[in-house]
Structure formats: structure tokens, C-alpha cells
Design a protein around this ligand. Structure first.
Ligand code: NAD
Length: 478
């Protein structure tokens, strides 16, 4: 018997969790549950993380967590528990299968069958945000080599295990050459180790458009966290409803299973919610636990229910469906169909699969790292870039000179366009002159001079080269 942690969540969470547990029990899943309380009620009791300390222990001990969606209150410093659970537990891979159920669920994409493998621990979801000036706020986008290697390799291994043919990478590396560029580079490198799998890369914007228009072009998609979040809602929605898809969050030790959608407060408590997403999450969990037979029973009963046209409001269509039902009646229909197999949709017969094991990350020897300069970010209400340049040039010393100023990434000094709108946030690049060998001391002296001249420095970023290759972006227009 597997002992797992469950949480009923918020909004429609309690309704769809109750439905899912009833189906699991009726199908004979060999499970024992430890329930924890998370989400809104914990946030509102003054715990900004949305979970009590002792409940982390339950999750860590049981290792497998079935979670209904929760509401993250807006503002007020509340941290998203979904994001922190994924990161604290090292759940690096978020796998989201999205498959059409045509002709039984109305969709423009009857042959769609896409799996989105979303990076789950980094990117803008690091949640490192600061207000830097009166006018400008910032969110740090962190992408790491180990993070990229883990998720990309997982996507290829998943493709092999699932008998899939192609892995597509989505990034925006035409703009973000360092961060998304690293993700794409790792995809190219690791992809070479999988010669039997077709590989391709799309820029995320046109890739998302292609996915929404021609999803049958795609098979497995691997992508950084934010893009994965957005495109998996799109993918699920175009199969018929965001309420249809489940997901697994896989780590080396622990795993979490859930619906991809949120807590849908607009329909909570009205017996309207489609429990299918969480049911699909539970099926992925059973397969992970080696209970493939029960997983198959539930999936076949669920497919049969879909085929019978017993549909919740989100997928109900008068021309296709036979019965519009609420959460309760849908659950009863699935339970009544346990033991049956669909006749038009393909019945499943899952087999136990060994978990995907990734090689331990091998840290490379450190590269030679040379300090080439520093970007000093300054708050100034001066509106004229030339005036800002003149002010910053007072900081020049023989080893370190102001080479350019940008405003929101656009070069405005020494040359720029008069039309460019400038905020109070200036990135001032100081670069080593000639053969000067820079040290941190030069940077500290630069900041001390700025302080002495009353220049409001708000942060710095060091400019490095790694093994002789400069490793920072140029300005637009530089
Ligand atoms: P949502 O996914 O909750 O709802 C979007 C729309 O889809 C709503 O109209 C909703 O009624 C509908 N919908 C969602 N699930 C459905 C289902 N099972 N059956 C029928 N209709 C369904 O997204 P949102 O409104 O942006 O977010 C609501 C809350 O959920 C927010 O607090 C957000 O932070 C949270 N959220 C939680 C998770 C999670 O716990 N994993 C994920 C996403 C959002």
C-alpha cells in the first residue's frame, strides 16, 4: 500500500478532490491518505507561505503528493505555494499531456496529442523582484546549466519511454541570448545523444501560434518555466477545456500530481467543475506508483464516460453530448463505467515503467573568468541622456571609462534617438580601458566616487568573459 499526502485546496479543489478520491477508492487503488491543509485558509491565518511547517514533513515523508488547486491571494507578500512546493522539493519536470478526445469532445484539433515538458524550478519563477527607482521595477530571470540539462534530458528520456518521435524546444533566444540561448544550446548538445528522436526549435511566439493553430505538428515540447505555463493552458484549452488536463511534477525524491488548471473560484461550490484534470493527475500518480492496472481501469472508465457523452458544462455541446452533468453525477458515471473500455477512443493498457533516472549533474571545471567592466544602474530624474552621460563621466578613471548608457535596454548615450522615451532608470556601462586589468577594488572605488558625487547607484552587474568569450548582452543599438 502506498501512503500519499493529499490536499483539498481552494475554490473547486474540495469538489474535484472528493470526486477523484471516490473514483480511486472504487477502482481499488492501493492507497492510504494523509490529509494536510494548505492554501487560502493557511494564508489568511497569517502564514504567508500557505502551508504549516509540520505539513512539509508529511509531504517529504510520503514523497508522493496529490494536490487540488489552491488560490494564491494577490498582493500582501503571499508566496505561491505551488511554486515553492515545486522548488523546495526539487520537482524539476512538469509533464502535461494534452490529448483531443474527438469526436466526443468538440475541438478544432481532432488529432492533437501533445506532451508539454515544462521546466519547473527557475526562470522568472525565481520570484526575485525589486523596485529599483520610482518608475522601474525588475524581475530576475535565472536560467542555470544544471536546470537546462535536467529538463532537456528528461524530455528526451520521456520521449523514448513514451514511444514518441519528436522533441521540440521553444525559447526566445533571438532576444534573450544568454538565458534562453543557454536553454537552446543545451537542447542542441543533449539532443545529439538521442539520434532516433527528431529535434526542432521554434521561437516561442510563433511556436505558440503554431501550437494553437496546428497542434498536430507537435509531439513533445520542452520549454522554460513561464512559456511552459502559458502554452500548457493553451494546449489543454484547445483540446476542449483547461479542465481536462492533469500534470505530474517529478523530482529525484518526491513528486506531486495535480490538475493543470487553477481553483476556478467563479464556479466553486456549484457542482459545475470538471474533475477530469485532477483525475488525470491521479492516473499519472498511479502509474508513477506502479499501480498501472488501476490506472488503466480508471482511464478506460473515464474515456467511456467521455464517449457516452456524459459531459460537464465546460465541454458540453448540445450537438455531441448526451447528458449535461455536474461534478457529482460525472463522478458517479465514471465509477459506474469502471471495468468497461471505450469502443471508439483507444482503450489503454498501461504497463509498469521504471522511473526515468537521470545521470548526476557533472560540474565542469571553472572557466577562466575575466572582469571586463561593470554596469552601474543609476536613478536620475535628469531627462536628457547627454546630461546623464556628463554626470557619469565624472567617475572615469584611467582603468575604467563610461562606454555607453541605455534606458530600458536602448542605447541613449553617447548617441541615441531624440524620440526614445527615457525613464528615471539608467544602465551605465563602464569598461576597462586598453590593457587595464580590472579588479573588484576598481569597482568599489567607482561606487565610492559615485557616492561622493551624490549619484544614486541602485545596483551593479559585473561584466565578465568566460574562457575569453564575453558573457553579457550588448545594448540595442550598440
Ligand atoms: P483557473 O484555471 O482557476 O480558471 C480559469 C477559467 O477556467 C475559469 O473560467 C474557470 O471557471 C475555468 N475552469 C478551470 N478549471 C475548471 C474545471 N475543472 N472545470 C470547469 N471549468 C474550469 O485560472 P484563474 O482564474 O486564473 O486562477 C484562479 C486561482 O487559481 C488563482 O488564485 C490562481 O493563483 C490559482 N491557480 C492555482 C493553480 C494550482 O493550484 N496549481 C494553477 C493555476 C492557478
Amino acid at each position: 500500500m502506498a501512503r500519499i499526502t493529499i490536499a483539498y485546496g481552494d475554490g473547486i479543489g474540495p469538489e474535484i478532490m472528493k470526486s477523484t478520491l471516490e473514483i480511486l477508492d472504487a477502482a481499488g487503488a492501493d492507497l492510504q491518505y494523509d490529509e494536510i491543509k494548505i492554501g487560502e485558509q493557511v494564508y489568511k491565518a497569517g502564514n504567508s507561505s500557505g502551508i504549516n511547517k509540520e505539513d512539509w514533513e508529511t509531504i517529504r515523508n510520503n514523497k508522493v503528493f496529490l494536490k487540488a488547486p489552491i488560490t494564491t491571494p494577490q498582493g500582501g507578500g503571499y508566496k505561491s505555494l505551488n511554486v515553492s512546493t515545486r522548488k523546495f522539493l526539487g520537482l524539476f519536470a512538469n509533464v502535461r499531456p494534452c490529448q483531443s478526445l474527438a469526436p466526443f469532445i468538440k475541438t478544432k484539433h481532432p488529432s492533437m496529442d501533445v506532451v508539454i515538458v515544462r521546466e519547473n524550478e527557475e526562470d522568472l519563477y525565481a520570484g526575485i523582484e525589486h523596485q529599483q527607482t520610482d518608475e522601474v521595477v525588475q524581475c530576475l530571470k535565472l536560467i542555470s546549466r544544471p536546470g537546462c540539462e535536467k529538463i532537456v534530458r528528461y524530455a528526451f528520456e520521456y520521449a523514448i519511454q513514451a514511444g514518441r518521435k519528436k522533441v521540440t524546444c521553444f525559447t526566445k533566444d533571438n532576444i534573450m541570448k544568454q538565458t534562453d540561448g543557454l536553454f537552446h544550446d543545451v537542447f542542441k548538445q543533449i539532443g545529439e545523444e538521442y539520434p532516433t528522436i527528431e529535434k526542432e526549435h521554434w521561437i516561442i511566439d510563433i511556436g505558440a501560434a503554431k501550437l494553437a493553430d496546428t497542434p498536430e505538428h507537435f509531439d513533445v515540447i520542452v520549454t522554460p518555466n513561464l512559456y511552459g505555463d502559458v502554452i500548457s493552458d493553451i494546449a489543454a484549452q484547445i483540446t476542449g477545456s483547461v479542465g481536462l488536463a492533469g500534470s505530474s511534477n517529478i523530482g529525484l525524491e518526491c513528486s506531486m500530481f495535480e490538475a493543470i488548471h487553477g481553483s476556478a473560484p467563479d464556479i466553486a461550490g456549484q457542482d459545475l467543475a470538471n474533475p477530469s484534470g485532477l483525475i488525470q493527475g491521479a492516473i499519472l500518480m498511479l502509474r508513477h506508483l506502479g499501480q498501472s492496472e488501476v490506472a488503466s481501469r480508471i482511464q478506460n472508465a473515464w474515456l467511456t464516460t467521455m464517449e457516452e457523452g456524459v459531459h460537464t458544462a465546460d465541454v458540453y455541446d448540445a450537438d455531441i453530448s448526451s447528458l449535461r452533468v455536474g461534478t457529482r453525477a460525472f463522478t458517479e458515471a465514471v465509477i459506474a463505467n469502471l471495468g468497461k473500455k471505450p469502443t471508439v477512443l483507444t482503450p489503454v493498457s498501461f504497463v509498469d515503467e521504471s522511473p526515468i533516472v537521470l545521470p548526476t549533474y557533472q560540474r565542469q571545471p571553472n572557466a577562466r573568468k575575466d572582469l571586463l567592466g561593470v554596469d552601474v544602474f543609476v536613478q536620475s530624474e535628469l531627462l536628457d541622456p547627454q546630461a546623464v552621460g556628463k554626470m557619469l563621466q565624472t567617475l572615469d578613471v584611467p582603468e575604467l571609462r563610461l562606454s555607453m548608457i541605455t534606458n530600458r535596454g536602448i542605447m541613449v548615450w553617447p548617441k541615441g534617438f531624440e524620440e526614445t522615451f527615457c525613464t528615471d532608470h539608467w544602465r551605465c556601462r563602464f569598461e576597462a580601458t586598453g590593457e587595464a586589468v580590472l579588479t573588484k577594488k576598481h569597482l568599489i572605488d567607482l561606487l565610492s566616487r559615485a557616492d561622493a558625487y551624490g549619484i544614486d547607484t541602485i545596483k551593479t552587474e559585473n561584466l565578465y568573459s568566460f574562457n575569453g568569450k564575453s558573457a553579457f548582452s550588448l545594448a540595442q543599438g550598440h
